[in-house]
Design a protein around this ligand. Structure first.
Ligand SMILES: Nc1ncnc2c1ncn2[C@@H]1O[C@H](COP(=O)(O)OP(=O)(O)OP(=O)(O)O)[C@@H](O)[C@H]1O
Ligand SMILES: [Mg+2]
Length: 280
């Protein structure tokens, strides 16, 4: 079903990988269907190896669609394009370039590094908390700082769709919490530009609940959608929301859904009758 306000339509999507070693095709996503609205922040959780990264890289246009629809703004995604930015687990910075030059990279590649572009980069350096580090090289940065640069670089081009694959999972627990708050702050500060639609893959259910407007739970692989859970926690959010009963309830519920996929036969932790029924 195609909703007129949907920015992203995923409909009966199948994705997979061809292995030249085994000369076999293996499915990573099978019959995946859901939709994402403009300006929505959707987190994706699911068992390890279920197909989350494959899905995200297909959104980036790096994995071809086997069958089904994967449409952004009504057009089938068929390859990479500058309207999408992808942030990986490990910050992949250019070691020979300063913090500023790393953040400028995408704008430069798109020939958009004009006065406006430079101003945006300067603004992003401030926003991600790297003021004073502009001329520093990646080898002098901590993991958290590197991931801040990575994030700023992805935001610099003002992408229509921001794709994040476990961007904080390599960080220690404390830095990770700080980064979650920073990302929420950046998102809420309306500086991500006009396009604020994001797909954020994570293993960490509390992280998903804290950041997202909705959480999509993928089945064990090949992935289909188990359920999309509305995160009806008020915004703006800060760390205090994690201590609220509403947060705990959502967290337990989603954890139950994920566990039901990793441990077949196990039921979801609680029955939140108001949620969309299990599909697929
Ligand atoms: N390049 C590839 N070639 C062949 N098979 C692949 C390739 N990349 C992933 N796969 C397979 O596709 C399936 C889904 O992998 P994917 O990386 O998408 O899972 P994931 O949900 O991101 O896992 P994790 O949570 O561990 O990051 C797995 O069975 C994996 O082995
Ligand atoms: Mg992955």
């Amino acid at each position: 079903m195609n909703h007129p306000t949907s920015k992203l339509v995923v409909d009966d999507l199948r994705l997979g990988h061809w292995s030249s070693r085994t000369e076999a095709f293996s499915l990573a996503c099978d019959g995946l269907s859901f939709e994402i609205a403009e300006n929505e922040f959707v987190a994706v959780v699911g068992p390890s190896g279920c197909g989350k990264t494959t899905f995200l890289t297909a959104l980036a246009g790096l994995v071809p669609v086997t069958s089904g629809r994967l449409e952004l703004n009504g057009t089938q995604i068929s390859g990479p394009a500058p309207d999408r930015s992808l942030v990986f687990q490990q910050a992949s910075l250019f070691p020979w370039a300063t913090v500023t030059a790393n953040i400028e990279f995408g704008l430069k590649a798109q020939q958009r590094l004009d006065a406006k572009g430079r101003a945006r980069v300067a603004e992003l350096v401030e926003l991600v908390g790297l003021a004073g580090k502009e001329r520093v090289y990646p080898r002098e940065l901590s993991g958290g700082m590197s991931q801040r640069v990575n994030l700023a670089r992805a935001l610099a081009t003002d992408p229509d769709l921001l794709l994040l694959d476990e961007p904080f999972s390599a960080l220690d627990a404390q830095t990770r919490e700080v980064m979650q708050e920073e990302l929420t702050r950046i998102w809420q500060a309306d500086v991500a530009g006009q396009g604020k639609t994001a797909v954020f893959v994570t293993h960490d259910v509390p992280e998903a609940v804290f950041l997202a407007d909705r959480v999509a739970v993928f089945s064990s692989g090949p992935a289909h959608l188990v359920e999309v859970v509305d995160i009806d926690l008020p915004r703006p959010r800060d760390a205090a929301v994690k201590r609220s009963p509403g947060f705990q309830e959502l967290n337990d519920y989603i954890l139950g859904l994920v566990m039901s996929q990793t441990q077949p036969g196990r039921r979801a932790a609680s029955d939140r009758g108001s949620n969309t029924p299990v599909v697929g």
